[in-house]
Design a protein around this ligand. Structure first.
Ligand code: ARG
Length: 566
């Protein structure tokens, strides 16, 4: 039974309002003292021209209490509903037995496409911890939207075109050699790239040389393009190694270079619509009216820029995928960039731009000593971070469970899971300080804690098989407080997934997972299942089984594996 739907019908009848307006307003109070569900009456004050507490009393007095409701109380402007505990448990567990993890999904997004532009590292530059955030947040949102029935297109908008290639060609010709690049791949490319910047400070003419190589690339010069292609291949090898470890795939790898032959049309259109002006030789769209610096479209030498490629890409994606939303996951230091070119599209007359293009910014990552950067050479490679996390996980496993089978594989899942979970444990916009001790604390609010709880549930089920087809469960045997609280935590998961998509905040799922784990551990430690009589054991095992699947499903949304023992 869906309590919210049922309650909204009952309230609607008493208040003489449409049920569709009631349902979205029903809340689940954080403290169950205030009921299992609450309906706040503030919003009705305007239409009913009465004080909210009076409205609450008035509606409550007219409500016909259904069987599943044990009590209705009015507190100020709230009408609080207390649901029969057995009914609560039954709705959560019977739903699961019937439909498995489908209960966490929805068809909300049916018929709608969401494009997600994430990860998008730059070729020939290291994949650093900042890119990790975009990668894992984007991947989680992809899974979350998919669970809600949206069609999702995951796009890796690779930074595979632009000034850095001119610089890299100059650097390679001056200081590079084929063998070293082939051996050390991005490490070597970024070494010579950093050297270019150091040298160019002393010899600015190097920048002119770099620009002329970029022009050659744009003109289709074979030598330039062969080098460019080679740099791309070398970088992709490294990126793919990381994606494989994270278990991440993309539907499209159309990077910036993909738009080379599409930009002219976009630039022409901007010009035809009278938006282009010349400023210091460059072609720009003036955004002074909107309190923003101008959006650069063409450089004085005719070269295109980052925003030009983004505008072109958005038009292409709209045409190709007819998206309902297109999300861009990057660090918050790109806020202005997105605000500028979103505005340009709007000025071009594309009404969809304002609503459907969404920048999803996130905070910076530091290792405790300031912002990470590639240009100055403090390069922190993603791979090193993952390796460290996995090594530490292995040490912990060796200590806790030396006889575990597949130790290496479990350590990989736990180490990487710890990094991913920590990344999405807070609102995206918060900065993150990398701290392996915190991430890998099995008793903290961490990935390993959630994975460990899952393994614990698996372990119980290994010793006591539960037949998921069992229909004859006596729900009164799991109507104690701890079981009800666990059921509520699991029962809320579906709504939390919707909320996570609504706010584009995967942490809402991570936090709910922690809540499920806490309630599960309370449930499990409170009563020894092995000692229960058969019927109670069966009912409790049903809940263990559902918890296990709920955790696995939730971790899966975040892109984290759930080992069965650890
Ligand atoms: N390559 C860029 C960077 O590493 C991120 C690209 C984000 N996506 C986009 N469509 N602009 O900073």
């Amino acid at each position: 039974m869906d309590f919210i739907t049922e309650l909204s019908k009952i309230i609607a009848k008493a208040a003489e309002l449409p049920a569709e307006e009631i349902a979205p307003a029903i809340e689940t109070p954080a403290d169950t003292k205030n009921g299992d569900f609450a309906f706040p009456c503030f919003r009705l004050a305007k239409t009913l021209r009465k004080a909210p507490p009076l409205i609450a009393q008035d509606i409550a007095s007219k409500i016909e209490k259904p069987d599943f409701v044990t009590d209705i109380q009015v507190v100020n402007a709230y009408i609080n509903f207390y649901v029969n505990k057995e009914d609560t448990v039954k709705s959560v567990v019977a739903g699961y037995i019937e439909n498995g993890t489908e209960i966490f999904k929805s068809s909300l997004g049916e018929g709608k496409t969401v494009c997600i532009d994430y990860s998008s590292p730059n070729i020939a530059k290291p994949f650093h911890v900042g890119h990790l955030r975009s990668t894992v947040i984007g991947n989680a949102l992809k899974n979350i939207y998919t669970a809600l029935g949206y069609k999702v297109v995951g796009i890796n908008h690779l930074g595979d075109w632009g000034t850095q290639f001119g610089k890299l060609i100059v650097a390679y010709k001056m200081w590079g050699d084929k063998e070293t690049v082939e051996r050390d791949d991005i490490k070597e490319l970024s070494r010579i790239y950093v050297k270019f910047h150091e040298e160019a400070e002393k010899r600015p003419e190097l920048n002119d040389e770099a620009r002329s190589w970029l022009v050659k690339m744009q003109e289709g010069d074979k030598e330039a393009l062969d080098l460019w292609k080679w740099f791309c291949d070398i970088s992709m090898k490294e990126f793919n190694r990381i994606y494989d470890r994270l278990g991440i795939t993309f539907d499209s790898y159309a990077g910036e270079s993909f738009y080379n032959d599409k930009m002219q049309a976009a630039v022409d259109e901007i010009r035809e619509k009278g938006l282009l002006t010349t400023s210091e030789g460059a072609q720009i769209v003036d955004l002074e009216k909107y309190n923003m610096p101008p959006c650069l479209i063409l450089r004085s030498d005719g070269g295109t820029l980052y925003p030009t490629r983004d505008i072109s890409a958005a038009l292409y994606r709209k045409e190709t995928y007819d998206f309902y939303k297109c999300l861009y996951i990057t660090a918050l230091d790109q806020n202005l960039h997105f605000a500028q070119w979103f505005k340009v599209l709007e000025l071009m007359g594309y009404d969809w731009a304002a609503d459907s293009l969404v920048h999803i910014p996130f905070g910076l990552v530091s290792l405790g000593d300031g912002k990470l950067s590639t240009r100055k050479g403090h390069v922190v490679l993603m791979e090193d971070i993952l390796n460290q996390a996995v090594e530490k996980a292995l040490t912990i496993i060796e200590e806790k469970n030396p006889d575990l089978e597949n130790k290496e594989k479990v350590a990989e899942d736990v180490g990487i899971g710890a990094v991913i979970f920590d990344d999405m444990f807070n609102s995206r916009i918060k900065n993150i300080v990398f701290d392996l001790d915190r991430m890998l604390n099995f008793e903290g609010e961490t990935g390993p804690y959630v994975q460990y709880t899952h393994a614990r549930a698996c372990n119980i089920l290994k010793r006591n098989a539960f037949d998921t087809l069992a229909k004859d469960i006596d729900y009164s045997l799991i109507s104690d407080e701890a079981s009800v609280a666990l059921c509520k935590a699991i029962g809320d998961m579906g709504d939390k997934i919707k909320e996570a998509a609504d706010k584009n905040e995967p942490y809402i799922v991570s936090r709910q997972l922690i809540e499920v784990c806490k309630q599960f551990n309370r449930f499990y430690n409170g009563k020894n299942i092995m000692q229960c009589e058969e019927n109670e054991k069966k009912a409790r095992l049903a809940l263990v089984c559902e918890t296990k699947d709920c955790i696995k499903f939730g971790l899966g949304l975040l892109g984290i594996n759930a080992p069965e023992s650890m």
